[in-house]
Write a protein that binds this ligand. Structure first.
Ligand code: ZN
Length: 342
């Protein structure tokens, strides 16, 4: 009997000890859990900032919008950093403030962000992503170049060196530059004038090319009046139809040739359409901006200009503007989105 009693007593002690142990473990577990929660809360700001810095994270926007105080500061840093890349003299751009808040904003691509937002109603962050990945690009053969005529806007300062004449921005039928001059003998193909400053630039380009051992460059097709352009375009339409004519020829009022700042240039003795076969072509492309000249309808920018690639069509815009366009890889259409159509 006494042995049995002893055994029961031992069991009771064991049960009590086990109970104490279980209670102790539970209390310990709860306190560890509470401590863990506290640490998580205090570290959350660190986690948020690492999410913001990770530009590839697709969730970063949600993280930003769900947490208010810390991201404001982070946003501000991104905004300030992006703002430093802007240039002086830009026109007011309604979308700019929102775009500057985007972490992957690239100033060189700002004109394309604007086109993406304005033409396709894309939201800011998505426009930045699409353009950064070159997904706004449309190959030339998939473009409807007549669709770029969306309604005429008259250019206020047609004599401005950076007036952007395109399929929307037009010159009035009576606009004629008042400083047209003829190039020196041997430097023009057709006897058509150019504005004085432009004529000087084309002459200098040609002279420097020759000094480097390349063939002479000839300004082939230069100033055209509204009436001349009207006749040319109508002839192309009757030959090729409007859809095809719109890929390579401008409707009256929409031709840059009416500015007197443009020449279709050629190697002497060649037709201008083979200017890209000229031995000094690469040199001309790389150095044109130093003379204030730009290739107006470059390759791979057809979806922006609304014209097929024209290796020969060069436009005078002045050295400062041409240098900005060269540095940022902008066409005049892109430059005008930032600095105005004039
Ligand atoms: Zn031309």
């Amino acid at each position: 009997m006494s042995k049995k009693k002893k055994i029961r007593y031992d069991r009771l002690v064991l049960v009590i000890l086990l109970f104490i142990l279980v209670v102790f473990l539970l209390v310990k577990a709860v306190s560890i859990f509470k401590a863990h929660l506290t640490v998580n809360n205090s570290e959350s700001s660190v986690e948020v900032s690492s999410v913001i810095n990770d530009s590839d994270s697709e969730d970063s926007n949600e993280e930003l919008s769900s947490l208010d105080s810390v991201p404001d500061q982070e946003n501000n840093e991104v905004y300030q950093k992006n703002k430093e890349t802007l240039l002086e003299g830009m026109i007011e751009i309604p979308e700019l403030d929102e775009l500057l808040k985007c972490a992957d904003f690239n100033f060189d691509l700002l004109p394309r962000y604007l086109l993406e937002i304005r033409n396709n109603n894309t939201d800011y962050q998505e426009a930045v992503r699409l353009v950064n990945e070159n997904k706004d690009y449309i190959p030339s053969d998939q473009l409807d170049m007549s669709s770029y005529y969306t309604g005429d806007i008259l250019i206020e300062n047609p004599s401005s060196l950076t007036a952007c004449v395109n399929k929307v921005y037009t010159l009035s039928s009576d606009y004629e530059p008042d400083d047209l001059v003829y190039l020196e003998e041997g430097y023009y193909g057709n006897y058509q004038p150019l504005r004085k400053e432009a004529a000087g630039a084309f002459m200098s380009l040609s002279i420097d090319a020759q000094n480097l051992g390349y063939s002479r460059i000839v300004a082939y097709s230069n100033y055209r009046s509204y009436e001349t352009q009207k006749g040319i375009y109508e002839r192309y339409v009757s030959n090729d139809g409007a859809a095809l004519a719109d890929t390579y020829s401008a409707r009256a009022g929409h031709s840059e040739h009416q500015t007197g700042l443009v020449s279709d240039i050629a190697k002497v003795g060649d037709i201008y359409t083979s200017f890209d076969e000229y031995e000094g072509y690469q040199w001309a492309l790389e150095n044109a901006h130093k003379y204030g000249l730009i290739q107006r309808f470059p390759e791979n920018k057809e979806y922006i200009t609304g014209y097929v690639f024209e290796s020969w069509h060069f436009r005078y815009v002045g050295i400062e503007a041409a240098t900005i366009m060269d540095e940022h890889n902008w066409t005049l259409d892109e430059y005008a989105l930032i600095f105005g159509y004039e």
